[in-house]
Ligand binder design. Structure first.
Ligand code: PLP
Length: 368
């Protein structure tokens, strides 16, 4: 296969999709999802017109939850829920369930999403920011910090989608550990049982926007005195098998298909190996071409979102146009950061990274 081509979808143009979110999903997942909207499993019915409590949908929910347990190797204390809303809903739902007004929660402040989680937690209790890379423009992950013993939990954002930094070591703490894993869920092997609550919006590595994956250790629930609205209380969702009300059926179905795809590829360990290769290809291209500069401390670089700028900012528009002409989509940096961000999520083929890297090399050689 020519390195400048990748299979086009249907009759559309050849594209290499580096979007940060919503972002690329496996081609076969799109095909199966499209087919299920027209005729779900040869029932003559669309997936979108069947009752969520029918066996037809129940088996989707059961398989999706079981695949999460299996892929993450979760123990019996950890419950898997698919809940409405984006990760931003969890910014409020987590403290509502875990924090009383007088309690304190510890937060690592490592970027835009951490800051938003902090803002919401303050509505429910006290917040102690135990470390921050704000002064350094969020260009690194803080290393040495202490968490107060009485903090109800420590919250981290494992991958900072906008700045492109990632916790390579998960901090060890005796406090319950809560993580926003929206942009690196299922991308690398971690001891997931070491977390007491993990949440992730689906649209980065899992499925369509509109559903959250929540993995929660049930032993940390039920300890606040607050009256929690029914739909916000994780315990009610656990009791009802993640079917307290009508779940976002299509989004969950697509997540299930992506999880099946991940399992068929060898699971998280196998995809992590590929993700490491993809990230190494791209960061090597940034580092060997002096016209590009990585914006994040090397050891803290994200394997999911690679951010870089050009030494001569006036070349950025030209580089963007050059890559766009060759089918590269979605590498313009976030409006807060500028420059470029190439997102390397699980479903992005390594062939797409090779195309981008060749374009970087050839552009660099034309602009010595
Ligand atoms: C995208 C993202 C969010 C926000 O997700 P929504 O579904 O838009 O609420 C939160 N945290 C992280 C780390 C993200 O990447």
């Amino acid at each position: 296969m020519n390195v400048f081509s990748s299979p086009a979808r249907g009759s559309g143009p050849v594209v290499h999709n580096f979007n940060a979110g919503p972002s690329i999903l496996p081609k076969e997942v799109f095909e199966q999802a499209a087919a299920a909207v027209l005729n779900y499993n040869n029932t003559g019915l669309s997936l979108l017109e069947i009752g969520h409590r029918t066996p037809l949908f129940q088996e989707v929910m059961d398989e999706a939850r079981a695949l999460v347990k299996e892929l993450m190797q979760l123990d019996d204390a950890h419950e898997v829920l698919f809940l409405h809303g984006g990760a931003s809903t969890q910014f409020m739902q987590v403290p509502m369930n875990l924090l009383d007004d007088r309690d304190c929660a510890a937060f690592a402040d490592t970027g835009v999403w951490s800051s938003k989680a902090i803002k919401e937690a303050k509505l429910f209790g006290k917040v102690e920011i135990v470390c921050s890379s704000r002064e350094g423009g969020f260009s690194y992950i803080p290393k040495d910090f202490a968490v107060p013993n009485d903090a109800k939990y420590l919250h981290i954002t494992t991958n900072n989608t906008i700045y492109g930094s990632q916790w390579q070591q998960i901090p060890k703490t005796s406090n319950p550990l809560v993580a926003d894993m929206s942009s690196d869920i299922f991308s690398r092997v971690l001891d997931f049982n070491a977390f007491d609550l993990i949440y992730a919006g689906a649209q980065k590595n899992m499925g369509p926007a509109g559903v959250n994956l929540v993995v929660v250790n049930k032993n940390i629930l039920g300890k606040t005195k607050r009256n929690i609205p029914t739909i916000m209380d994780y315990r009610n969702h656990i009791k009802e098998g993640s079917m307290l009300n009508t779940p976002p059926v299509f989004a969950i179905y697509v997540c299930m298909l992506t999880l099946r795809w991940l399992k068929s590829k060898g699971g998280i360990a196998a995809i992590e190996k590929l993700n490491n290769e993809k990230a190494a290809l791209l960061y090597n291209a940034i580092d060997r071409n002096p016209i590009f500069t990585g914006t994040i401390n090397k050891e803290d670089r994200s394997k999911m979102n690679a951010c870089f700028v050009m030494k001569s900012p006036e070349l950025e528009a030209e580089f963007l146009q050059y890559t766009t002409e060759h089918g590269i989509v979605g590498i313009k940096g976030h409006r807060l950061v500028g420059g470029f961000r190439a997102s390397l999520y699980n479903a992005l083929p390594i062939s797409s990274v090779k195309v981008l890297v060749e374009l970087m090399d050839s552009f660099a050689s034309q602009h010595q």
